[in-house]
Design a protein around this ligand. Sequence first.
Ligand SMILES: Cc1ncc(COP(=O)(O)O)c(C=O)c1O
Length: 392
Amino acid sequence: MSTKVRNTSSQRVNQVAPSGIRKFFDLLASLEGVISLGVGEPDFTTPWHIREAAIYSLEKGYTMYTSNSGMPELRRELSRYLKERYKLSYNPDSELLITIGVSEALDLTMRAILDPGDEVIVPDPCYVSYSPCVTLAGGTPIMAPTREKNNFELSAADIEARVSDKTKAILIGYPSNPTGAVMSKEKLAKIADVARRHRLLVISDEIYGRLVYGVKHTCFATLPQMKESTILLGGFSKAYAMTGWRIGYAAANKEIIEAMTKIHQYTIMCAPTMAQVAAIEALKSGEPSVLEMVEDYNRRRLVMVKGLHDIGLPCFEPKGAFYAFPSIKGTGMTSEEFAEKLLREEKVAVVPGTAFGQGGEGYVRCCYATSLADIEEALLRMGRFVKKYRKV
Ligand SMILES: Cc1ncc(COP(=O)(O)O)c(C=O)c1O
């Protein structure tokens, strides 16, 4: 008789497919000389003064747990920052929670608000974690398409058409990963109107809120009557080049933050202390570094988008984040075929659009948070590739 344990993973976990991005990185790791436009993270090292603050905190021996909610000083700084930036008042004692990046904040949000069968409306394509986080929390993601012809903005009508009596929330993430789309205030206001009428929560992942080019980012919670029903998620990974520190936050009403903190205290306890110290420094004096990096990303964005057009890959103009999302339909290949062939034949790594949902078919994601030299070389190689395979 077999002694093997039965059903090792839960049905909930089995429902979720492994990340489509990971498969590519496994292949990439086995090749040499690859230029990667794949990974979605800044190529900058965290600004020195931020690293120095953390190093100094270690020298002083700040190595203990902090309060579950995060260091009071960090919550106060964050409250000040949100007030200055968006004129939003969050009580640092009850309406802010410091998390292990937006990743944890997303997971906590879903577990805190969803009951089995509750539905969350999610844009397609979208960041790889959105649907799995909903599913793993027992909810059902309901995908709402976004389209290139509408600048990849999520339409209020598409949301409205998907609202049912099980709908609990709308999850949005603008500026968008993978498309680089930024939603206008007017279009967001229409989504707010749907949320208000159907009494839905809005989870707004604004991790790329600082990375916008020539347009203004609208924080969803600033829209009329939206603060009470919005769960604002933000972080340090992208704007301050702090991906490895694992630090972010949630801002919401007291009841929601209390529910999220309950899960956080039993599963995480608190975000890493030295990362919290670094985040305080980032909020206090990181602004010049953010502006410098944004300027740099913008230069690369312009080269990337023009370059893609020039080699025959039409590209919607991204106004935020650090991604370009060109159409590869002219090659007749699927996104996966294109990305895999390009990697094998020209050693350029891009991510197939389908890693972000079915709505990503016909597109690939190219991250331009890499050196201009690498972007130019990647474009050269991609140009050769497109010339070889272009059908129309
Ligand atoms: C849209 C979006 N949200 C959240 C995250 C996760 O960020 P963090 O490093 O804060 O966990 C990412 C990371 O790529 C992202 O692109």
